[in-house]
Design a protein. Structure first.
Length: 176
């Protein structure tokens, strides 16, 4: 029988690695959307919805191939093998709330100026990365871009992410 550390050594490509930038907002987001109470998801349905809310923040789309959601699953405390639907209807009120969260992140990061929601998505959130299971933790390596030096001038902290609903931490390597 293989040791746990040998089970998943391959890297899993993701297209939304920049999602980690807004990690500090995620617990409040889930609470405000009524998905969590006392730092736990209310139900499997809430957990599945959370995966799609995170992806809407990244792309502004309500439909995403499941193969593009491994980072979302990890951040929502799900196993990568757990199936999720490829779409979810998001109310106009919640869309405005989610876009307000992006605007708050932009406002808190003066170095990027008056960036639009779509500009923030394309420059920071839609980002290639590699997820690797390290046994007792996950590691995410984010693709480097020339303007990433601006991360040094942000208030965001994302080197280690561990929510109460996650079984192990996510270590983020974002070279800049």
């Amino acid at each position: 029988m293989p040791h746990n550390k040998d089970i998943l050594k391959q890297e899993i490509g993701v297209k939304n690695a920049g999602l980690v930038i807004i990690n500090a907002y995620i617990p409040l987001l889930f609470s405000r959307l009524g998905l969590t109470d006392n730092q736990k998801f209310n139900s499997i349905e809430s957990q599945l919805a959370a995966v799609h809310y995170l992806q809407f923040i990244v792309t502004g789309q309500e439909q995403t191939e499941e193969s593009l959601l491994p980072l979302n699953k990890l951040l929502c405390g799900m196993q990568l093998t757990q199936p999720v639907t490829e779409s979810m209807s998001i109310s106009q009120e919640n869309k405005l709330f989610l876009e307000g969260l992006i605007k708050a992140a932009i406002g808190a990061w003066q170095a990027i100026g008056n960036t639009s929601v779509d500009g923030f998505r394309s420059n920071w959130l839609i980002r290639d990365g590699l997820l690797t299971d390290r046994g007792d933790s996950w590691e995410l390596t984010v693709e480097k871009r020339p303007y990433d030096l601006l991360i040094q001038r942000s208030l965001f902290s994302f080197s280690v992410i561990k929510y109460p609903w996650m079984d192990k931490p996510l270590h983020v390597n974002w070279p800049y």
